[in-house]
Design a protein around this ligand. Sequence first.
Ligand code: ADP
Ligand code: MG
Length: 672
Amino acid sequence: MSKTLKECRIPPKKRELFLQMGIETSEDLLSYYPFRYEQLQCKPYDEWKTKDRIVIEARLITYPRSFRFKGSRTMTKFQVENEDDVFDIVIFNRPWASKMELGQTLTIIGNYEGNRKITAIQYNTKPLNEQLGIQPVYSLKYGLTQKNIHECITRCYETVRNEIADDVPSEYIRRYRLLHKRDALRMMHFPKSNEEVAQAIRTLKYEEFLKFHLAIQLIRKQNSESVLKEGKHFDFDDVFRLANHLPFPLTKDQVKAVNDILEDLQSQKIMYRLVQGDVGCGKTVVAGLAMYACCLAKKQAALLAPTEILAKQHYQSMKNLLKSTNLRIEVLYSALPTVIKKDILERLKNGEIDILVGTHSLIQPDVGFKQLGFVVADEQHRFGVEQRRKLIEKGDKVDFLLMTATPIPRTLANTLYGDMDITTIETMPAGRKEVKTVLVQENSFRHVLDEVVSKIEEGRQVYVVCSAIEESESINVRNVLTIYDNLKKAFKGIAKVGVLHGKMSSEEKEEIMREFDKNEIQILVSTTVIEVGVNVVNATLMIIYDAHRFGLSQLHQLRGRVQRGTEQGICYLLTDSQDENSLERLRVLVNTNTGFEISAEDLRLRGPGDILGTRQSGLPAFLLGNLVEDTKIIETTKKDCLEILQHAEEKENSQLIQKIVQLNMNALTTMD
Ligand code: ADP
Ligand code: MG
């Protein structure tokens, strides 16, 4: 049984902070796992080497003195004595350290700088021998310290320890020699050895994946059991005939995708399908043809885009694709003048609009359809379960199609999107070039200046991407506004420079995009607002500052902007990161252009949250499991999950299933 944090005697201030982190119950708090462990060993001074992490117990022998420098940063210095040795200690950003008393015994953990100098990371007045061994390290938020978290978790565990029940049925605990949950949590938060940590992780991972599979299977089951719809009537040939008007033949996989979707539309089962395919593989046409089919069956269709820019672009593409038909297409977004909006909503309700393209504003309660039959959401990772529900409620048994340009390998997709049918587009349109990507280990324009000038002289356009909009506290991160100012000066009389970021009004953004589209702007400095879908064929060069600050899939999306035509696109990744892992990650981009590989790497390194965003809301998150590396546990738990569902009447199984249903209420009521 889970208790509230109040019942666990967590002080109100801390409870508030935890609440902000989404931690409400003892169960939540106990699954706030350490993200790593530190091994504290005490070595005698004569074994210390420079750069060693050391720990020492010593007496304070000089008054601490604090110095203030740039911003609110401080540095505090003092000396301590241990047996016959005197050490110089420096500690940063602990101005209160100057309140210590002479003669006090301190335990100091820090880095040895050589010459009896230590840069302290932590100090406290607890005896050293109570602190040796393996220590959990939690990720810190909202000003909570390691000590705070450790104390709260201790209280919480003490309060509930005797009530922590196993979610995993005992049959499986026995079969795989797992720990009881109570012990696993203890070893996770208060381990005595690395061995204990490893055992705890093994058990908790098993539980995590088992619950994940169960949630997915339950949702799937519910979806397929839910009421049938009336199949949509239309002729496949009519749909493909429209494709014949396109200036290009569909690729093999595009044809397959269209077929998959048309079959779903015709069938009585409500469609819940994901089309995944790399940037530029041509998902828009697929969506267009599918919406056309829906209209042939005399139902309305909606296309949801993540941004206004993209919504307008899709609107244009749809008008283009469907110009030989008499379908009525409109676009809706929040910045539209009220009169126009009202008119659209009116006609939508009367069935005088066949296809509505739009942003999130389509989800608003005042948007009502006459007979909505089909919804396509582009770049699905921005839409959660909740949004999907809202949209589906606007029609009767609406078919739902999601599209993503962050494709993941098939086996992974089956696990992660187990509740959806999946179509994968792998073939790219013929003649499509790959963006050439260059990693520059310096965060400055110097290296790329010549390239930019020569592109401009050729009449091409350039994107410059920064991770921040304006100058911020975090030093050394390039920002859009400063770079914009600099480039404006540098390219005066040579090229017009524009700026685009999320804090601008939508009219401003629109104006800038229009100017860039017409080549009235040659260099566009922007944030990642251009990440998805923007299509300016003449822009063939991209410079990305602080590339290490972006996700790999995001960078892949970004560079996709400079390969819209036949001209070779080039992308420069600038970084001054010295971190070998970051550089390794960026080299993945230099070496491969395949979205599948890139997202697998992202998943391995950062977990699904970053990539999939809110889609999985309502489904258990992976706190410990790694989708790429834990394939064996994933397989095992999938098998066990099916077994549990087959024997749902057994007490422990049914308890677990009940719990999963409770936890996933949100996702599990979606189809009602
Ligand atoms: P994405 O899958 O990234 O959404 P788009 O649908 O925007 O890709 O397509 C990218 C570009 O490729 C568009 O200009 C589109 O007209 C073009 N395209 C789509 N399908 C084909 C094809 N079969 N052959 C050639 N070009 C195509
Ligand atoms: Mg697209």
